[in-house]
Design a protein. Structure first.
Length: 282
C-alpha cells in the first residue's frame, strides 16, 4: 500500500541523489541493489567537478542549486552522495531541503569503521576538502573517542577514475604513494572516503591485502537510507512496475553522452540517456 504523508511526498516518489560528477553512481548502484522498489533521480555536476579542490562557499552554492533542482522533481528524500558536499555543506543542504529528509555519506561509513576496527587505528582517504573539514574525524571520535585516525588527501584519484584509468599501473602507483603513510601507522580499517573510490576497491584490496578492512560508505549509506525512509514512513513497499519507462532518471550539467557511457559501465541497468540542464539557473 502506498503511504501518503499529509504534508509531504508519497512513498512512491523518487529519491534524489547528487554528486559532483560520476562517483555518486556508486551510491545509486547500492540503492538500486538494496532498495529495488525505489525510484531515483540522479544529478551529476559534471561541468564543475571536482568539488574537492573548491572552497566551502563554492560547494555550498553549488549544493543549494542542486537541491533546488531536485525539489522540482517531486523527490521524497535527498542523498548527498558526495563526501565533499557532505563534509562542507551539509547544514546548507538540510536548510535548503526544508522538510525533505536528507542523508549524507560520512556518518554511515564512520559507524561501520568504528564497529569493525580491532585495534582502533582507522585510516581515511578522501579529497582535500573532506580531509580539511575533519568531518570523518569528528564523526569517528563522536562514536569512539579512543580511536586513532590517520587521514590522507588523495586529489589525483578522482580524475584517474573519471578518465577510466581503473586498472592501470599508473593508478596503482598513485594509490600506493597515498597509502604508504597510512600503512606505516598500522591501520586495520580504511574508509574509502570519496564516492569515486569504491570503483577502485579491487585495486585497493589487491594492494593492501586481506588484513585491512575496507569500508565502502556507498553501501553503508544505502543501508542507512532504508532506515531513514522507514522512520519517515516513506519506504516504498509496492513492487516497482517493470514497465515503468523511467524508474531511474539522470541529469548532468555537462557531457551527457560521456556520463551515460560511464554509468552503463557500472550500473545494473541500461542508461539510455542523461539530460543536460543549466544548473546555474537554480
Amino acid at each position: 500500500m502506498e503511504i501518503i504523508n499529509e504534508h509531504g511526498p508519497r512513498s512512491s516518489s523518487p529519491i534524489g541523489v547528487f554528486d559532483s560528477g560520476l562517483g555518486g553512481l556508486t551510491v545509486a548502484r547500492e540503492i538500486m541493489r538494496n532498495l529495488p522498489s525505489e525510484k531515483i533521480v540522479y544529478f551529476g555536476d559534471t561541468a564543475r567537478v571536482p568539488y574537492g579542490s573548491k572552497s566551502k562557499q563554492t560547494v555550498e552554492r553549488y549544493s543549494r542549486q542542486i537541491v533546488r533542482f531536485l525539489k522540482t522533481q517531486d523527490i521524497k528524500a535527498i542523498v548527498t552522495a558526495c563526501n565533499t558536499a557532505t563534509a562542507t555543506a551539509f547544514d546548507v543542504i538540510r536548510e535548503e531541503a526544508g522538510d525533505i529528509p536528507v542523508i549524507g555519506v560520512i556518518e554511515p561509513g564512520a559507524v561501520t569503521a568504528c564497529n569493525g576496527t580491532k585495534n582502533g587505528r582507522i585510516g581515511v582517504i578522501a579529497t582535500r576538502a573532506t580531509i580539511s573539514s575533519k568531518a570523518y574525524e569528528k564523526a569517528i571520535l563522536g562514536i569512539r573517542p579512543d580511536a586513532d585516525i590517520f587521514a590522507e588527501a588523495c586529489p589525483l584519484l578522482v580524475p584517474l577514475v573519471e578518465e577510466g584509468w581503473i586498472r592501470d599501473e599508473v593508478t596503482d602507483t598513485v594509490i600506493m604513494r597515498y597509502l604508504e603513510p597510512l600503512l606505516q601507522k598500522k591501520i586495520d580499517t580504511l574508509i574509502l572516503g570519496c564516492t569515486h573510490y569504491p570503483l577502485l576497491r579491487s585495486e585497493f584490496r589487491r594492494l593492501v591485502g586481506e588484513e585491512i578492512r575496507l569500508v565502502n560508505p556507498a553501501y553503508e549509506t544505502a543501508r542507512s537510507l532504508k532506515e531513514l525512509l522507514k522512520k519517515n514512513e516513506l519506504l516504498n513497499t509496492m513492487a516497482r512496475n517493470p514497465d515503468d519507462p523511467m524508474p531511474y532518471r539522470f541529469f548532468v550539467s555537462d557531457e551527457p553522452e560521456r556520463f551515460a557511457e560511464f554509468a552503463n559501465s557500472i550500473l545494473p541497468v541500461d542508461v539510455r540517456k542523461a539530460e543536460r540542464i543549466a544548473i546555474e539557473n537554480y
